[in-house]
Design a binder for this molecule. Structure first.
Ligand code: PMP
Length: 440
């Protein structure tokens, strides 16, 4: 079978995510037959460096021998069981390890990132309700992204995904973000936010805000906008002062992407809820966690007749195969100097991309840990210049998937230095080409 045949048959039956399907009349889809390390290989033997970790999930390469082995071992024991009234050894180990690593106390399971966000929002609201308060609103940040289900979309702010559904979304309060990572902009934004906190949390009928939800350090789907650890610390302080929860969405930035295992560690704070997914299983299987405090847990812990239990459930909660992948991923962090090696790699990437500043269509370069973004000048979105870079990348063996005018690298950590060179060179030439070419 060749690429063309697979694509033709696919298009007859499948509807793909985040895609205008009509684009495929002119834009070929790439059917992948196998993966290895940072490479994806199509049905005709072409190889592509997965510079975006397959939507930010993969950490230690495709078909990682260790994770493969651990999933196979689990498969021989138990594939799945109901997680209400039952447990399994992998979940015990994962719970112990995640609480130890995060400094939090209790782990609740979901099976994708958006579900984790829904769980955290519901849990926070329910906590206040169990304590006799009804707080129907949430604070979230400008330009934020927390997933595509209705609740998650309600606390997001990327118009492209949200606008169409505005009438059916929940009411929400959006807070400004700093223009950049500088101290001046950070202080400016925090001052404005303090005023909003003062206004919105103190109403004649009490405080209507359950929590603030944010992505610490990098707003990934929000065009890789970055802010400082001070901003995260400042918001955590405001949440404490005004007695609302802090929900950190580390679905994309967790597990080393920002340089530390979790982004919040750079701000030296502790959230009330931490949402994890994506890299949690090394990019193998869908799983998410909401990690919270004993204080939250205790607000639900009482005699059944008081009706305060958190009755949220998903069929695949705590799936043993996904949990085995997560434990294997943590084993790799534990036994190999991953973060240390990443620091060298991110420094190398940063030095190498300085030359992008010479390109007249590059507005800014920025980096946080293993996330690096190159923002082109604000071309009108209709010109789809990012797509020119995407196409050029595929023709030259690199999977880049720009967000509008922003080209970024978020590669698996196993990428080596020559692969980094190739990834950067292809992006450079793609951006150069986008000076003179547009799409459609
Ligand atoms: N939050 C963030 C920060 C994300 O980046 C994403 C996914 N891109 C989600 C939530 C939603 O996760 P999922 O796609 O698994 O529902």
């Amino acid at each position: 079978m060749n690429n063309w045949e697979v694509m033709e048959r696919d298009l007859k039956v499948n509807w793909h995510p985040c895609t205008q399907m009509k684009d495929h009349q002119i834009l070929p889809m790439i059917p992948i037959r196998r993966g290895e390390g940072v490479y994806l290989e199509d049905f005709e033997g072409n190889r592509y460096i997965d510079a975006i970790s397959s939507w930010w999930v993969n950490l230690f390469g495709h078909r990682n021998p260790y994770i493969n082995r651990k999933i196979k071992e689990q498969l021989e024991e138990l594939e799945h069981i109901i997680f209400a009234g039952f447990t399994h050894w992998g979940a015990v180990r994962l719970g112990e390890r995640i609480t130890q690593l995060t400094g939090l106390d209790k782990v609740f399971y979901g099976d994708n990132g958006s579900s984790a966000v829904e769980i955290a929002l519901k849990m926070s609201f329910h906590y206040w309700k169990n304590r006799g308060e009804t707080r129907p609103l949430f604070f979230s940040l400008e330009n934020s992204y927390h997933g595509e289900t209705i609740g998650a979309l309600s606390v997001g702010d990327v118009g492209l995904y949200k606008e169409t559904y505005r009438e059916i979304l929940l009411e929400n309060r959006t807070l400004p973000i700093p223009a950049d990572q500088s101290e001046e902009e950070t202080v400016k934004a925090l001052t404005q936010i303090r005023q909003i906190f003062e206004r919105e949390t103190q109403t004649p009928t009490g405080n209507p805000i359950s929590a603030l939800i944010m992505e610490p350090l990098v707003q990934c789907a929000g065009y890789m906008k970055m802010h400082s650890p001070q901003f995260v610390a400042g918001l955590a302080q405001l949440c404490r002062e005004f007695n609302i929860h802090l929900i950190l969405d580390e679905i994309a930035v967790g597990f080393g992407r920002t340089g530390t295992l979790f982004a919040f560690q750079q701000a030296d704070i502790k959230p009330d809820f931490l949402c994890l997914s994506k890299g949690l299983t090394g990019g193998y299987l869908p799983l998410s966690l909401v990690v919270t405090t004993d204080e939250v847990y205790q607000a639900f812990y009482c005699d059944y007749k008081e009706m305060k239990a958190f009755l949220h459930s998903h069929s695949y909660t705590g799936n043993p195969l996904a949990v085995a992948a997560a434990n294997a991923t943590l084993d790799i962090f534990e036994t190999q100097p991953v973060l240390e090696e990443n620091r060298k790699k991110s420094q190398y990437i940063w030095e190498k991309i300085q030359k992008f500043k010479e390109l007249p269509n590059v507005k800014e370069i920025r980096q946080t840990g293993m996330i690096t973004a190159i923002e082109m000048i604000p071309y009108p979105w209709q010109e789809r210049r990012g797509l020119v870079v995407y196409q050029y990348g595929l023709q030259n063996g690199v999977l880049l998937r720009p967000l509008g005018n922003v080209i970024y690298f978020m590669p698996p950590y196993v990428i080596d230095y020559s692969e980094i060179d190739q990834m950067i060179e292809v992006a450079y030439r793609g951006i150069e080409l986008a000076q003179t070419q547009k799409w459609g």
